[in-house]
Design a protein around this ligand. Structure first.
Ligand code: GDG
Length: 456
């Protein structure tokens, strides 16, 4: 049975030596399935010069990439507009960042229509369709209209907010109808499943029975499928000599007993500024920690075209400057701040070297960085925001409310002082939990659920 993956981004990228798989978890999980079963990956065309259909791998293709090419204006409205200035802040309960504009929705609808057309054009009898994420809410219903017998799944990677928040967005009902074109909808955790079902029930009057929504004579199953990482890849990469050499260099360069780490896309949902302010208070309250603790914040550039992201970067830059100016000495840099992208191997070195990972998003669908840290570290402490999907599945993390300034500052102290036996016990359990979520298992579980739906 072939698989048609429908996702905003393509799973392959051009390198100096030709085309190779993208590094992200989704490509890692789904490319082996496509290679085995055959199929198509429908994505946005990154550049007009790229072919509409590209067989892959070129020498012995077993699937192809189908690109939907967009003009700059359409891309701006669909991606930077509706996706990232409306649905992203809405789903993360940050409605103050929402910017409403009719053109955003019009182009979002148009792009979803074009993705759906591409899917229907590519379709062969028996194919299964798996749509990804908030960029493509309307595509499932468009596909359903043109191809009624299709088996369609959707995985939503970010939080689904409470119904009372979701209903704020204009055309909330149309967006929901789009999603209900599916047979199966997956979320990371139960909270989002419940929120989605309530949204469909209250806003559309859909009849609900357990986790099944009855809609237009069909059944739509809504399930929890928590996403994990490629654990073997992270373990392997961490153990390699080159990485271990980098770990040693990092520890020597940092020169402090404790290394606290944050790694995030530079995004207002990740709580980077509040985290820095908590570190500042920690330093103020604990002079004995000076010269003994360093905080590494890696913030990867993201959505840099948007003013809110530029503004946030300015605030982070300023906080780092103030903290280092106030507390730094000739021999100690309190905050090592890096606004750049690293290789995955370099990330593994940071994960391995840090004895505390401080992950405090204000909301996060899952948060894979937490799982990557747990996998690549051997005796550290994970401090984790309770407003992440990960906090439901990584029970042994030290949980904090990311809005509670004093609790955040205190969590740094607690993590640093945690006795070795407790650290080890927690980390062992966290590693087990992360293994269970492994991205390959996640993909298999979701595809099995699609098979079950197709068989009914
Ligand atoms: C969305 C949801 C959900 C980061 N910096 C670099 C780099 N990264 C990689 C990390 C990690 C990924 O990016 C970030 O994943 P997260 O899960 O933390 O966050 P989002 O990007 O917001 O992802 C989220 C996820 O989708 C999956 O469903 O968990 O809740 O918001 O893998 O390692 N990778 C490289 N260089 C960097 O500098 N190579």
């Amino acid at each position: 049975m072939r698989l048609l993956v429908v996702a905003n981004r393509a799973p392959i990228r051009k390198t100096d030596t030709g085309w190779s798989p993208s590094i992200g978890g989704l490509a890692t999980a789904l490319l082996p399935v496509l290679e085995e079963q055959g199929g198509v990956w429908v994505s946005m065309g990154e550049e007009p010069s790229l072919p509409e259909r590209q067989p892959y791998p070129a020498d012995d293709p077993n699937f192809h990439v189908r690109r939907v090419s967009l003009t700059q204006e359409t891309l701006d409205n669909y991606y930077y507009g509706m996706s990232n200035r409306v649905l992203w802040p809405l789903s993360h309960y940050m409605i103050e960042h929402m910017e409403l504009n009719d053109a955003f929705y019009a182009d979002y609808r148009d792009v979803n229509r074009r993705f759906a057309d591409a899917v229907v054009e590519e379709a062969q009898a028996g194919d299964q369709v798996w749509v990804q994420d908030y960029h493509l809410m309307l595509a499932p219903a468009f596909i359903r209209t043109d191809w009624p017998e299709a088996t369609i799944g959707h995985f939503w990677h970010i939080p689904w907010p409470a119904m009372e928040v979701f209903r704020i967005v204009p055309r909330a009902r149309d967006l929901l109808r789009g999603m209900l074109g599916c047979d199966l909808i997956g979320f990371h955790v139960e909270e989002y499943v419940k929120n989605f079902i309530e949204s469909a029930h209250v806003l559309l009057g859909a009849e609900v029975e357990g986790n099944i929504i009855h809609w237009e004579g069909r059944e739509v199953r809504v399930e929890t499928h928590p996403l994990g990482i490629d654990t073997a890849r992270f373990q392997h990469m961490t153990d390699e000599e080159e990485t271990q050499q980098a770990v040693q260099n990092l520890r020597e360069e940092t020169g402090t007993e404790h290394l606290v780490l944050g790694i995030d896309r530079m995004d207002y949902t990740k709580g980077i500024l509040k985290r820095l302010l908590a570190f500042e208070t920690f330093l103020e309250d604990h002079p004995e920690a000076h010269e003994r603790v360093s905080f590494y914040q890696i913030a990867t550039p993201s959505r840099t075209k948007l003013e809110t992201y530029q503004q946030m970067k300015r605030e982070v830059d300023e906080a780092v400057g103030r903290i280092n100016g106030q507390y730094g000495t000739d021999t100690w840099v309190p905050v090592h701040y890096r606004y750049r992208k690293y290789t995955q191997r370099e990330l593994c070195a940071f994960y391995n070297a840090a004895n505390v990972c401080f992950i405090t998003p204000l909301r996060d669908g899952m948060n894979l960085v937490a799982q990557e840290y747990v996998t690549s570290n051997t005796d550290g402490v994970l401090v984790l925001s309770e407003l992440t999907g990960a906090s439901y599945v990584l029970e042994e993390a030290v949980k904090v409310n990311p809005y509670d300034h004093n609790a955040l500052a205190d969590a740094i102290r607690a993590a640093i002082e945690m006795p070795r036996a407790e650290r080890q016990r927690r980390l062992d359990r966290l590693k087990e939990a992360t293994q269970r979520l492994d991205v390959h298992r996640w993909a298999n579980r979701f595809l099995q659920a699609m098979d079950a739906v197709a068989a009914t």
